[in-house]
Design a protein around this ligand. Structure first.
Ligand SMILES: NC(=O)c1ccc[n+]([C@@H]2O[C@H](COP(=O)([O-])OP(=O)(O)OC[C@H]3O[C@@H](n4cnc5c(N)ncnc54)[C@H](OP(=O)(O)O)[C@@H]3O)[C@@H](O)[C@H]2O)c1
Length: 233
């Protein structure tokens, strides 16, 4: 679809920033959630909004700003990673709760807050950016308890949202964006060299537009990669 209205979280850098700029260039009105307004992309069509997804008052303020919409697409990108090599000793209560709060609860609370506006949109799609490390079927390396568990929780949340919101005509894309050429992506090294290829965030932003445009894209909350292939849970 051309030129709808979108909310994207985590727009200060990485994939969120690329999504905000890509869709603004394509003529969308983009509300770009950033923790630090000064870090927002400066681009025609991008309106920065202060948003820490772990702060309910920020989520409520954004929802008030969006009002009854209409809102076409919500892209939940904001995420935190416990770091490469995070092991059992690093899986402390504080880290587990922080990653759950941002990676799993954040998208859920954004959806609940923006539902009235999404119901009035014509695109009516939620894109939850998950990650391959949330797949239990593909976990061959262990570790990263907080990140893996929070993304697995996001996958479960995405599937339930898709089932619950189908009656409203709202679809849910649960996305592995690939190994990104971003701060987070650069902090990780592939334990199986050559298996994964680093993808520029701008390319993945374009892939998200293609997924949104393609009627064959799974919107039932199954776990898919940025090219649309279904992944094991
Ligand atoms: N990088 C990869 O290879 C990879 C692979 C699979 C999945 N993913 C997922 O893809 C998404 C984007 O990753 P990325 O590589 O672009 O990450 P990134 O470069 O580390 O950027 C993370 C973004 O999330 C924001 N953020 C963190 N905590 C937040 C909070 N509490 N509230 C609001 N925003 C918050 C950051 O804002 P600040 O600038 O304020 O810190 C930043 O904009 C994440 O959900 C990640 O888990 C990434």
């Amino acid at each position: 679809m051309d030129g709808g209205t979108m909310v994207v979280t985590g727009a200060s850098r990485g994939l969120g920033r690329s999504v905000a700029v890509h869709f603004a260039q394509a003529g969308w009105r983009v509300l770009a959630g950033v923790r630090d307004i000064g870090a927002a992309p400066e681009h025609a069509g991008v309106r920065p909004v202060e948003l820490d997804v772990s702060r309910p008052e920020h989520v409520a303020r954004l929802a008030a700003l969006v009002g009854s919409g209409p809102l076409d697409v919500l892209v939940n990108v904001a995420g935190v990673f416990d770091g490469p090599g995070a092991g059992l000793e690093d899986a402390r209560r504080e880290t587990m709760l922080e990653e759950f709060t941002v990676n799993a609860l954040g998208p859920l609370e954004m959806v609940r807050a923006l539902l009235p506006a999404l119901r009035r949109g014509s695109g009516r799609t939620i894109v939850n950016v998950s990650g391959l490390m949330g797949s239990m079927g593909l976990n061959e390396d262990g570790g990263n308890y907080a990140y893996r568990a929070s993304k697995a929780a996001l996958n479960a949340i995405s599937r339930s949202l898709a089932l619950d919101l189908a009656a409203d005509g709202i679809g849910v894309i649960c996305l592995h964006p690939g190994w990104l050429d971003t701060d987070m992506g650069r902090s990780w090294s592939d334990p199986h060299p050559g298996r994964h290829e680093k993808v520029p965030a701008a390319e993945v932003a374009a892939d998200i537009e293609r997924l949104l445009d393609d009627p064959a894209t799974d919107r039932e909350g199954r776990f898919i990669d940025h090219r649309g292939a279904v992944l094991p849970w």
